[in-house]
Design a protein around this ligand. Structure first.
Ligand code: AHM
Ligand code: MG
Length: 426
């Protein structure tokens, strides 16, 4: 049976829209998008305007000295401060649950046998990369978590060939009042890399999960239920993909000596650490800003002879202390973007995966690696460019499109700082 997958705000146009979700079509009166537009809030201290939307930071006048500010509490306050973004609370709850599960899967993999290649080898994703067992399992974990949030229309993942149009949540009709006249939509797009740096995982080297959440767009696709997607359906779903500047949230989980959950909701970057004793993420790194000047560069130097001369000369200059700062840079490269970007956010410096003679667009994927990380970097006062363009402005032409990535501190400090968020005292 044909079903309409409502992808994003045709609703934003206002008025009555014919919208069908799931097995039966229904008419939507009113506009969730227009309602959002009607919400006006005077920008005030502790708020930021991002892409025309005001995001208000939650305030914490007191905190439990034993518990700290948990992610759960942070999101409750965030939803209260931003009613029009309240659905992010359940979306982030789903993601944090997936991250905890993945953290455990990764940490126990040597004991549970979840190491090595999927099916003993030969399982290759659409990009021709051999999949590891944990690539496949973590993709399922995150996909299910997002699906069960009941908020998602489409998912795009490193481990999925094409965007996944989600079936209508079977529980949805059970809870919906029969006489509903205003449909709230609740449809977002999630993009993710479930286990970034997975080539490292069997050696106990840090890995991570990257995610980005897009608000509604303006596209509707019709897909046949139960059948593999046709080329036209895939193309339609792919055309719903949007540039990074349309992200409403992005972040990563880092699986390392501790499990960190770092994200932005459009008003600064907040870093949480998993407290293993009670299973809660606790705010440990509020309002992360890139240090003004770092002295670490991070890129795969094995590619040096495939780089262009300009990049080679630049790296040579900072190694010798002949760059702008006059300081000799040192090198750190994990080969897991999440780990390398996390260190760059905290210690400063430069992270890059440049294009080279072999791979002109480098290695990192725009949609679920470069764009979500660029949103974070910019929110932390940095710049993320391909060399020529701001990464956030690039409109994806395909799900797995690659782009060169260079991140560094922006010259001028970002104007909004959220110092009222006190660091958690441990
Ligand atoms: P993956 O998502 O398949 O794990 O690949 C992405 C990773 C990034 O985390 C990292 O920056 C890069 O690949 C490392 O590539 P290389 O081994 O070429 O240095
Ligand atoms: Mg990756």
């Amino acid at each position: 049976m044909a079903r309409l997958v409502a992808l994003l705000a045709a609703l934003a146009l206002g008025g009555a829209e014919a919208l069908a979700v799931g097995r039966t079509s229904r008419v939507v009166h009113g506009s969730r998008g227009a309602a959002r537009m009607a919400v006006t809030r005077a920008p005030k201290a502790g708020s930021a305007v991002v892409n025309g939307r005001t995001v208000v930071l939650p305030k914490f006048s007191e905190e439990c000295s034993y518990t700290g500010i948990t992610l759960t509490r942070y999101m409750i306050e965030f939803a209260r401060a931003n009613p029009e973004l309240a659905e992010l609370e359940s979306i982030l709850a789903s993601i944090q649950t997936a991250c905890k599960t993945i953290s455990t899967l990764v940490r126990r993999s040597s004991m549970t046998g979840l190491v090595g290649l999927q099916g003993g080898g030969g399982s290759v994703n659409v990009q021709g990369e051999e999949q590891k067992k944990l690539d496949v399992i973590t993709n399922d974990v995150l996909k299910n978590a997002l699906k069960f949030s009941g908020k998602m229309a489409t998912l795009a993942s490193e481990e999925e060939d094409a965007p996944v149009a989600l079936d209508e949540d079977d529980n949805y009709d059970a809870y919906r009042p029969k006489d509903i006249v205003i449909e709230e939509g609740n449809k977002y797009i999630a993009v993710f890399d479930p286990l970034d740096g997975s080539s490292n995982v069997d050696a106990g080297i840090p890995t991570g999960t990257i995610f980005g959440i897009f608000d509604e767009g303006d596209q509707t696709c019709v897909v046949d239920e139960g059948l593999p997607l046709t080329a036209a359906e895939q193309e339609c779903l792919a055309s719903t993909l949007r540039p990074g500047n349309a992200l409403i949230a992005s972040g990563y989980c880092l699986y390392s000596s501790a499990t960190h959950f770092v994200f932005t909701l459009g008003a600064g970057v907040q870093g949480f650490t998993l407290d293993e004793s009670n299973g809660e993420f606790v705010l440990t790194h509020p309002d992360i800003m890139l240090p003004p000047r770092g002295k670490i560069y991070s890129l795969n130097e094995g590619n040096r002879w495939a780089w262009d001369n300009a990049l080679r000369d630049y790296v040579t200059a900072i190694q010798k202390g002949e760059g702008e700062s006059g300081v000799a840079y040192t090198s750190r490269y994990i080969g897991s973007m999440v780990g390398d970007v996390h260190r760059t956010l905290l210690y400063g410096g430069i992270f890059a995966y440049a294009g080279d003679k072999k791979n002109v667009n480098g290695k990192l994927r725009l949609l679920y690696e470069a764009a979500p990380m660029s949103f974070l970097v910019e929110q932390a006062g940095g710049k993320a460019v391909t060399g020529l363009h701001r990464i956030m402005d690039i409109v994806p032409s395909g799900v797995h499109q690659r782009v060169p990535v260079r991140t560094r501190r922006a010259r001028a400090r970002a104007p909004v700082s959220y110092t009222h968020l006190r660091a958690h005292e441990t």
